[in-house]
Write a protein that binds this ligand. Structure first.
Ligand code: BYC
Length: 329
């Protein structure tokens, strides 16, 4: 369910699908209609969506951890209030996305188990440590900036509940990106040490941010089919290029240097050329070898176990209300 491999059952589902239903589904997608939870859909389309949406949800939830580390160490009350609100927003994004994935027939419990057992992925970016306050600026500016680039087209993804969740998420991400850039602006306008901290954060977060968009198109097993189904509206490389084009001038505007000697504006292409990404590092992080991957998963599992009593209490309360309602009828 969470990988590109098709199991025996999925293969059988594929073979068994009625060609008339498949043709009607494809015509609707080609017409840019939204597919809704009760509509017929090919099994492989459903599986691809569960994989992508649940991984997206996991990224939002795991993504709370690197920034959460800095809530108690924010430099002043204003910064602390903003960071708290941002981290809460990420929790909300995770919840909308888990709900969207649940409409495809997968339970929250199954998705969480897949995350905790290592079967489901989450974005590589969250396996890097946040060493200084400038990292909080860099995450907002670069990581949320990359997320917006990827998520704006997802507002037009073909599955209705995913598209609608993305509309609200994108509004909040745009505020997140600006708060991060504003932290970087303040550091760059500060002392020499503060500016050095900002440059160091950019140096460490630049390449991992480019990796967020996923492998290059010629090595991306899911892109072609996802584009055909209009789940993905733009490819990994197209989005990565857009991100570089938008972000380089932002770095220059505050006097920071993007850590890529090969970076140069290409007049003929109308885009920046940039250096080679270290894909060995990307795949190592995907395999779970990121610098703080173990800490992230330990923290998630601990939070899930610590929260068991809240889930149990909410369930007991819901059952009591249901029983009272039945008794009153
Ligand atoms: N990290 O065929 P491909 C946030 C996997 S959170 C890990 O190109 P696809 C935020 C990929 O899953 C926002 N794994 O795949 C939160 C696949 O493996 P499986 C996160 C990656 O799905 C808190 C394999 O590599 N955004 O903004 O067509 C604080 C081959 O890749 C990664 C989303 O999740 C990666 N970076 O395209 C601050 C966006 N890249 O699943 C900020 C929604 C690839 O076949 N997701 N893989 O075993 C997507 O748009 C797409 O799923 C991706 C990958 C572009 C990520």
């Amino acid at each position: 369910m969470y990988t590109t491999d098709l199991s025996g059952k999925q293969q059988a589902d594929k073979i068994a699908e009625d060609p008339a239903l498949v043709a009607a589904f494809e015509a609707r997608v080609a017409n840019d209609d939204f597919i809704e939870p009760k509509d017929w859909m090919p099994e492989a389309y459903r599986k691809t969506l569960v994989r992508q949406i649940s991984q997206h949800a996991h990224s939002e939830i795991v993504g709370m951890l690197p920034e959460g580390n800095w809530i108690t160490r924010a430099p002043n009350l204003r910064r602390k209030a903003i960071l708290l609100a941002k981290v809460q927003d990420e929790g909300g994004h995770g919840l909308y996305l888990y709900c969207a994935a649940e409409t495809l027939g997968t339970s929250r419990q199954q998705m969480i188990e897949a995350l905790h057992s290592g079967k489901a992925k989450y974005s590589t970016i969250f396996n890097y440590p946040t060493l200084t306050w400038a990292d909080i600026g860099a995450i907002g500016w670069l990581v949320d900036g990359a997320a917006i680039m990827n998520q704006v087209p997802l507002q037009r993804t073909s599955y209705g509940p995913y598209a609608r969740a993305m509309v609200r998420i994108c509004k909040e991400e745009s505020f997140h990106q600006r708060q991060g850039y504003e932290i970087m602006m303040a550091l760059c306008a500060g002392t020499k040490d503060q500016k050095r901290m900002a440059q160091d954060a950019l140096d460490r977060w630049w390449w991992p941010s480019l990796m967020m968009f996923g492998p290059p198109d010629d090595n991306s097993p899911n892109t072609a089919q996802s584009i055909r189904w209009r789940i993905k509206r733009e490819t990994n490389d197209e989005l990565r290029q857009k991100f570089v084009d938008v972000t380089v001038p932002q770095a220059e505007a505050i006097g920071l240097k993007v850590p890529d000697p090969a970076l140069s504006w290409n007049d003929a292409r109308g885009h920046y050329d940039f250096g080679d990404i270290d894909w060995d590092e990307f795949y190592a992080v995907v395999r779970g070898e990121g610098l703080v991957a173990k800490e992230r998963m330990t923290a998630r599992i601990q939070a899930w176990e610590d929260g068991a009593w809240v889930r149990e209490a909410a369930q007991a309360h819901a059952m009591k209300r249901e029983a009272a309602k039945l008794a009153a009828e």
